[in-house]
Design a protein around this ligand. Structure first.
Ligand SMILES: *[C@@H]1O[C@H](CO)[C@@H](O)[C@H](O)[C@H]1NC(C)=O
Ligand SMILES: *[C@@H]1O[C@H](CO)[C@@H](O)[C@H](O)[C@H]1NC(C)=O
Ligand SMILES: [Mg+2]
Length: 259
């Protein structure tokens, strides 16, 4: 196991150093470290291993980012690594979508998109609230959501536009509640999303865990004749639970966990 971890680190280091691409940061706060190579050395292995365990769904039901990892997560999110990791996911998703035999606009082929930390980024909020190291504050977070200013995660927007051009219908499926519909519509349009098939928000008062809620809605989509060819989200609860969709894609999110 120790050897496997070392190999994985080595592989990722090689991948980082061989990548000359530069990604635009999503949120303009300046990262405190210049390069991602430094990220790992400065933060030490534990936060890196913690993030890997989170992304691999080995760690579950965690409430906050460990205090000692706040700055590690901050550097990850604000620097280029988050963008690079997201880009790899979306490159795979686009290659997969382009490989499908599609009915085009005549079919009911759909792709499910989560919203928060998938289609829109709440990094401007989390950057001023400890990057997930503080307990979730619904009041201040909802105040932020209601501003409707969350930026798009650029990689997801790229996927979205490609899917629309292939005739795949985007369906937003979010844990945001129905009372946030107008601001969510405005925010999505303002960030360049348009032409979606459905925007499915959670009815007020529904108290179901995310996996049960989202898989139930996907079942209804199936029942209505949609073929869910793909499903993308930042939480495992976006992509677990039948019917998951023909293929699922997990975006990075080391800031919070939704079970
Ligand atoms: C949560 O946020 C609200 C609004 O910003 C603030 O008034 C309140 O003190 C916060 N609660 C905690 C526990 O930090
Ligand atoms: C949302 O917008 C619609 C039409 O634009 C309006 O009729 C409705 O009252 C708005 N809902 C809320 C909760 O603001
Ligand atoms: Mg999300």
């Amino acid at each position: 196991m120790a050897m496997a971890n070392k190999l994985l680190l080595l592989v990722s280091l090689v991948a980082i150093s061989s990548c000359t691409c530069t990604a635009e940061v999503i949120h303009a706060l300046r990262p405190q470290l210049g390069s991602d190579g430094q990220l790992m050395q400065r933060a030490g292995i534990p936060c890196d291993s913690w993030r890997l365990a989170v992304e691999a769904y080995n760690k579950r039901d965690w409430k906050t980012v460990p205090a000692e990892c706040e700055s590690y997560v901050g550097h990850y999110m604000l620097g280029e690594q988050y963008r690079r990791d997201s880009r790899v996911v979306v490159d795979e998703a686009i290659a997969y979508a382009e490989s499908l035999k599609l009915a085009g606009g005549k079919g009911k082929e759909a792709w499910v998109f989560d919203i928060d930390e998938t289609s829109l980024s709440n990094l401007p909020y989390y950057a001023t609230h400890g990057f997930g190291s503080r307990p979730f504050n619904a009041t201040s977070f909802n105040d932020y959501v209601l501003k409707g200013t969350a930026p798009a995660l650029p990689e997801t927007l790229r996927l979205y536009k490609r899917l629309v051009s292939l005739g795949i219908r985007p369906v937003f499926l979010t844990g945001r509640t129905e009372d946030q519909r107008n601001v969510t519509v405005k925010n999505l349009y303002y960030q360049g999303y348009s032409g979606w098939e459905k925007l499915l928000l959670k009815p007020l008062g529904v108290k179901v865990a995310a996996i049960a809620y989202k898989s139930g809605v996907r079942q209804k989509l199936n029942d209505a004749g949609y073929v869910i060819v793909g499903n993308i989200g930042d939480q495992w609860s976006d992509i677990l639970g039948a019917p998951e969709g023909a293929r699922t894609f997990k975006l990075p999110d080391p800031m919070y966990y939704i079970g």
